[in-house]
Design a binder for this molecule. Structure first.
Ligand code: UT7
Length: 323
């Protein structure tokens, strides 16, 4: 008997305020044409004043519970991937626990920036395989608008706010790649690249700080490392590119998404793409794309899904799962 962590429900939430590229033409030396041609982004959502990361996460969590037909106290653990917690502590996850009225189990955050959801999924899979939890809510939630230097046109036009959630449940499988659930994971990091993508604040400065990025350098690493980690995870699962129904990539840049699909020899019609509507929502981008992909009828039960992401650290990885 093999235990598998199987997806039971998904949900997402986007703040009400939609900000089109034209918004930035008013204050910066930029154009809608530049933003679209360099990144594929057309619009993004920004959280309202007083609306926090935990609020977005709780909305997404409620939607996932409804989708799964479950109540908050049916969940054993909440793992939130975020680099924009509302406070240094308590964790965003315990705030979500409180907002849901969940009075049992445990909750904590993981932080691997834009790769956060892949790390959180791997972590939740470990909780299920080790018998620590039978049902885990995995959430990616971010308010990156609060880390933007609005005078830096190279970064502030790229990011957005949002949250996505996925409920995993322990289910008995056969131990073959035909099983539903998480089949393989691949995680990597390399701290030597800390200076190409970071936030210049924290306890060392006493400020929240602003996101700083050498875009071209990050781009170069992304194209090289994403196909590599996705193929490594597929290999661990005993599968190959030809078995993949859907790539659900981190949504940072349409050119990176296209480049990775090309390296994996997969056509674009097998890729869930939401970057045009959401911008880069860091750890929230994959669960948002999974939830949107399922809601629009693309991702169906039995489909082989590969998620892959890279972000600050650098940290990168991939998860192969059968929906
Ligand atoms: O999610 C975490 C991982 N993050 C990523 O994956 C992001 C990776 N990087 C990227 O997506 C791309 O590198 C960017 C979209 C950030 C930039 O695209 P690029 O093709 O690498 O452009 P670039 O940085 O080489 O900039 C080209 C030019 C520069 O001007 P010069 O120096 O050639 O005169 C920039 O100053 O574009 C200029 N530029 C802009 N122009 C108009 C930079 N930002 C803007 C802007 N509007 N908003």
């Amino acid at each position: 008997m093999t235990i598998r962590a199987v997806v039971k429900g998904t949900g997402h939430y986007l703040p009400e305020r939609v900000v089109p590229n034209s918004h930035f033409e008013e204050t910066l030396d930029t154009t809608d044409e530049w933003i679209q041609s360099r990144s594929g982004i057309q619009r993004r959502h920004f959280a309202a004043e007083g609306e926090g990361t935990a609020d977005l996460a709780a909305h997404a969590a409620r939607a996932a519970l409804t989708d799964a037909g479950l109540q908050p106290n049916d969940i054993d653990a909440i793992v939130v991937a975020t680099s924009t917690p509302d406070l240094t502590f308590p964790s965003c996850a315990t705030m979500v626990q409180e907002q849901l009225g969940m009075t049992r189990g445990f909750a904590y955050d993981v932080q691997a920036v834009c790769a956060g959801f892949v790390f959180a999924l791997t972590n939740a899979n470990g909780l299920i395989l080790s018998g620590q939890a039978k049902r885990v809510m995995v959430i990616g939630a971010e308010t990156f608008s609060r880390l933007m230097d609005w005078s830096d046109r190279g970064t502030c036009v790229l990011f957005g706010d949002g949250a996505g959630a996925l409920i995993l449940e322990a289910v008995e499988g056969e131990g073959t790649p035909a099983d539903r659930g998480i089949l393989a994971t691949d995680l990597n990091s390399d701290g030597r690249y800390r200076d190409i993508l970071y936030v210049d604040g924290g306890t060392s400065t006493g400020t929240t700080g602003f996101l700083r990025m050498q875009g071209k350098e990050v781009f170069r690493h992304a194209v090289e490392k994403l196909a590599q980690t996705a193929n490594a995870a597929l290999d661990k699962a005993g599968l190959g590119s030809a078995d993949v129904d859907w790539i659900v990539p981190h949504q940072a840049n349409l050119r990176i998404i296209k480049g990775t699909a090309q390296k994996m020899q997969l056509p674009l019609d097998r890729v869930i793409i939401t970057v045009q509507d959401h911008g880069n929502t860091s750890a929230a981008s994959i669960p948002l794309a999974l939830s949107v992909g399922k809601a629009q009828g693309d991702i169906k039960e039995g489909d082989l899904v590969v998620t892959e992401a890279i972000g600050g650290g650098l940290a990168w990885g991939a998860v192969v799962l059968r929906w």
